[in-house]
Design a protein around this ligand. Sequence first.
Ligand SMILES: Cc1cc2nc3c(=O)[nH]c(=O)nc-3n(C[C@H](O)[C@H](O)[C@H](O)COP(=O)(O)O)c2cc1C
Length: 482
Amino acid sequence: MWKPPERIVHKTISNAWPTAPQAQDSVLFAPYKNGRFRLSQRTWIPAMVPWRATEEGFVTDDVIDWYRRFAEGKPGAIVVEATGVRDVPSGPLLRAGHDRFLPGLEKLVSAVREASDGETKLFIQLIDFLAIKRRPQKEKFIGRHLEITDRHRRYLKMDRDDETVRNAMLALDDEALKLCLSEREYESYSRGYRERVTDTHLPHIAELPKCLPEIFSNAAARAEQAGFDGVELHYAHAYTMASFLSKLNTRSDGYGGDRDSRLRLPLEVYECVRAQTSDRFLVGCRFLSDECINGGSDLQDAMYFASAFAKAGMDFLSLSRGGKFEDAAEPKVGQAIYPYTGRSGYECMPQIISDAHGPFGRNINAARNIRNAVRAAGCDTPIIAAGGIHHFDQANAVLKNGDADIIGLARQAMADPDWFEKVRTGNGDAVNVCKYTNYCEGLDQKHKMVTCQLWDRKEMDEPGLARTPDGKRRTTAPAWRR
Ligand SMILES: Cc1cc2nc3c(=O)[nH]c(=O)nc-3n(C[C@H](O)[C@H](O)[C@H](O)COP(=O)(O)O)c2cc1C
């Protein structure tokens, strides 16, 4: 993973924790109410994929245990991991693209309601993504898959049959191949083929604006049927909807180019979801305050998008940053590119080794600007900010300053799912503070069951303990014994 060259090792905040009365009088632990959007406290666990679904995308006992464990800490809300909206094989990623996924999702909702005594609101993040292929072997890519064109013949100064051209190309080193292949071909060779929303020569990409509103809204209707309080439309990071919002989206069919055209599909998806769900059901989105890549959308774009989403009536706006394919590290042959390995990936999940700004609250300045833009547009839509937040003082200050309305703690909640109850009841000293080394994210990258180094080898003699497939790690944090 990319790390800032300054390599400054930061320290987590070690201020005293509040007493129970201090915590309970704080903004952070005050209920949040805005129309139909209500939380028992202003805390939020953002979506995190823990790789516990079956290969077919079904909820497993491990999935249920994972969210039950979060619910025991009684945060204001939990967002269930990115869940595929289509009915297509997607590996062990949760799916909501067919009614056969309903029983598992219903069980998941019941487990969270029960473990949180009904205090935690439950959302599910709905995602669409385009095809990516693993980085190919040179012999396979050049020797078989590459379509031989005049460009290759011109470079090689060789007007011969495909096989002879392929053999000549196989003899080239990467420097020469970079010149011989088109930019896109070289990318497919060195990083694996990756579809883009701008590939409108492909009929299924050209038709995304026609099919996605219905695909998303069917999945949202299913989420409502399963009992979720709402959905978070995944408009962030490296995936389809974020790519429509991106400044790199140059589609010329009215769904790319200027800001309004880039916003068009995300708004159409939202409208369709709204139309297919009831008035009680909450619909918001997660999007980027900054793509953090060359030529990508920036804070000004995000302020514009946020105002448009708020004016359209979204119930909440959750902010992330970065996490793109464009600047991700080259994968090894046989592996797929992972969007959290470049500078933009660092911005998404900043680590303890950082630059002078440090890993804590990197998205807060952007959140303030976005919130101000939404307020200036006459909307009071809640803004959810996350990124390195682990201490009460930090979280409460963000709310008191009016930088955001709700605080997301992702890795900190994973490090200690009882953070919320511990801090609220004056037991902050018992909090296991996240180390921000991205051990969890390293597991995510390998599609291995995600756990936290602070607890995954503790109390291993617990009777009936659920373990990772290799038997070495426990799958959820041990219970908090007061
Ligand atoms: C293991 C892991 C999986 C994640 N999966 C998702 C995801 O499914 N959807 C999403 O929007 N963000 C995902 N994220 C990003 C987090 O939601 C969050 O934005 C990020 O970790 C920064 O917040 P934090 O500093 O509180 O951890 C993931 C993060 C981690 C560590």
